[in-house]
Design a protein around this ligand. Structure first.
Ligand code: NAP
Ligand code: MG
Length: 505
């Protein structure tokens, strides 16, 4: 908690902030060519924060042209890897220097609790930027075993101009997941933040320029999915798109690619993640704590949220008793107050969607273990419904709110089969004292990340992404993220003697 300030200090920072309001293209803040703007508000208070450039296809064209120029003239891609590393590490240092300002900006724009913004979003930004910056000059190319008459090199080249389209649930974190490996690989970028949460991406672009990132390398184009996201997806001169968001929008990016230049597409999509607790799980209080973290962290606005608790009948009552106690300890309210663990839902539309599941849960007659209410049209209490069937809407829909569905099973095999009975496959957790069962579950569950006796998403070193309809084409984080921003090229050199007299000069 060492980075955490007091509510009064955060309020003072909030009062002194100036918000960026224009897109950032070719090293400068610019209004939309159309002059259009849209409002961004603080979802906790309804306060109007600023008006932001509502860009359109013409701004995307301009940004892509500048990113293309920056890529082709080699101002970034052909810099010595050491120099790229140094600039990205400078950016990380500037983020550290401005950490409180960025954390407050993130919290005001998204409704996220300030202690998470400080300890997770900003801290992870700093760490991941450093990690990928350091990786860039430590990956070696290869030679292939092609015999004595040739040398064949397999080299990596940056993929080119990368479009990144981002969600609103972790604005800074999703930004760094994309830009750190892509920039470290030598790519240039056109990034579209989610309309609800554009502010910190704009501030990061400004800090990147201060850190020495050349003009045109990192461009941030603000606006809607239809006006900015789709033109990026369909652009003939974008070499790759990396997208994080809903499965339905992800599907569109595959179509955009097919309908344009067959650009490479990497998708990180939704989840309806199982949290399995077997009868032999140890330390029930700790398990309950982890179950709550899985379900309620970031207001449940988390693709890897453990929103289905699949619990074996023998341990269920004991576990739910403890889960209820922990759920009630998650304080909800003012996101700027470091005591609060849940802040505001990101906007009114999303609030209403999540609230409708509270109504559905009550109407379906499930047992309400705790919560069940919304507060001030802004917040949703951590809520647990027991008695849900896995085929029910609550267990199949990605609600993206702090609502946990409890599904009771009678055996290990049933737990696995229920866990896999979903279109998604992003993450899963299993709690058991039996190592064989833990490993069998980890093998059997079709998900990109399986955590044992804890909830988590791995770290910088481990790939993150989804099986089934939770992902496509690659992984964020780890050395594998770097791979996806590079193309492999084979360079084959013939060593056979081709001179007339048979000599090699
Ligand atoms: P979303 O509605 O799919 O939006 C994501 C981004 O796509 C936004 O920038 C959005 O623009 C843009 N977009 C919307 N419609 C588009 C279109 N027709 N063409 C091109 N772009 C378009 O998702 P969200 O509600 O922001 O985010 C929540 C989702 O993200 C959840 O499903 C969650 O599971 C997923 N997520 C996944 C991961 C992961 O790593 N797997 C991580 C975090 C979140 P606007 O500005 O107009 O909204
Ligand atoms: Mg906002």
């Amino acid at each position: 908690m060492s980075n955490i300030l007091t509510l009064q200090e955060y309020e003072a920072i909030a009062a002194s902030l100036t918000f960026p309001s224009m897109s950032f293209i070719d090293g400068a803040f610019r209004p939309a060519k159309s002059g259009k703007i849209f409002a961004t508000t603080n979802p906790a208070t309804g306060q109007h924060l600023t008006d932001i450039a509502a860009c359109g296809p013409e701004d995307v064209d301009f940004a892509v042209a500048k990113a293309r120029q920056a890529f082709d003239d080699g101002r970034w891609s052909k810099l010595h890897p050491n120099e790229r590393k140094e600039i990205l590490i400078n950016l990380s240092k500037l983020v550290k220097r401005n950490r409180h300002e960025l954390a407050v900006m993130e919290s005001l724009d998204s409704g996220k609790p300030i202690s998470d913004c400080e300890n997770i979003d900003v801290d992870e930004f700093i760490h991941l930027m450093n990690w990928h910056a350091e990786l860039g000059d430590k990956i070696y190319d290869q030679t292939a075993p092609v015999g004595p008459d040739a040398v064949s090199m397999i080299v990596r080249e940056p993929v080119g101009v990368v479009g990144a389209v981002l969600p609103w649930n972790f604005p800074l974190l999703m930004l760094v997941w994309k830009i750190a490996p892509a920039l470290a690989a030598g790519c240039t970028m056109v990034v579209k933040p989610a309309a609800q949460t554009s502010l910190t991406a704009l501030r990061i672009a400004e800090l990147a320029a201060e850190a020495g990132l050349p003009k045109g390398v990192l461009n941030i184009v603000t606006g809607s999915g239809a006006q900015v996201g789709e033109p990026i997806g369909l652009h003939q001169d974008v070499d790759m798109v990396t997208f994080t968001g809903s499965t339905s929008t992800g599907r569109r990016f595959l179509r955009y690619s097919a309908d344009s230049n067959m650009k490479k597409v990497v998708l990180e999509l939704g989840g309806k993640n199982p949290c399995i607790v077997l009868d032999d799980a140890e330390d029930i209080d700790y398990v309950a704590q982890q179950v709550c973290a899985a379900a309620f962290w970031n207001m449940g606005e988390n693709c890897s949220a453990g929103s289905r608790l699949i619990v074996q009948s023998g341990i269920k009552d004991k576990l739910l008793e403890r889960v209820k106690v922990h759920a009630r300890s998650w304080k909800v309210g003012n996101p700027l107050d470091p005591q609060n663990a849940l802040g505001a839902m990101v906007d009114k539309a999303h609030f209403s969607k999540v609230e409708s599941y509270l109504t559905k849960g009550k109407e379906a007659g499930y047992t309400l273990v705790t919560g069940g209410e919304s507060i001030d049209g802004t917040y949703i209490q951590p809520t647990i419904f027991d008695g849900v069937q896995n085929s029910d809407e609550l267990a199949q829909d990605e609600i993206f709110g702090p609502i946990l569905s409890v599904i009771t099973v009678n055996s290990f095999d049933e737990a696995l089969s229920v866990a896999n009975d979903t279109d998604y496959g992003l993450a899963a957790s299993v709690f058991t004292a039996n190592t064989k069962k833990a490993l069998r579950a980890a093998q059997a569950i079709k998900a990109g990340t399986v955590t044992v006796n804890c909830f988590g998403e791995g770290d910088a070193t481990t790939p993150f992404g989804g099986y089934k309809q939770s992902g496509f084409g690659g992984r964020d984080n780890s050395i594998h993220a770097h791979d996806q921003y590079t193309e492999l090229k084979t360079i084959w050199i013939d060593l056979n003697d081709t001179t007339v007299d048979g000599s090699i000069d």
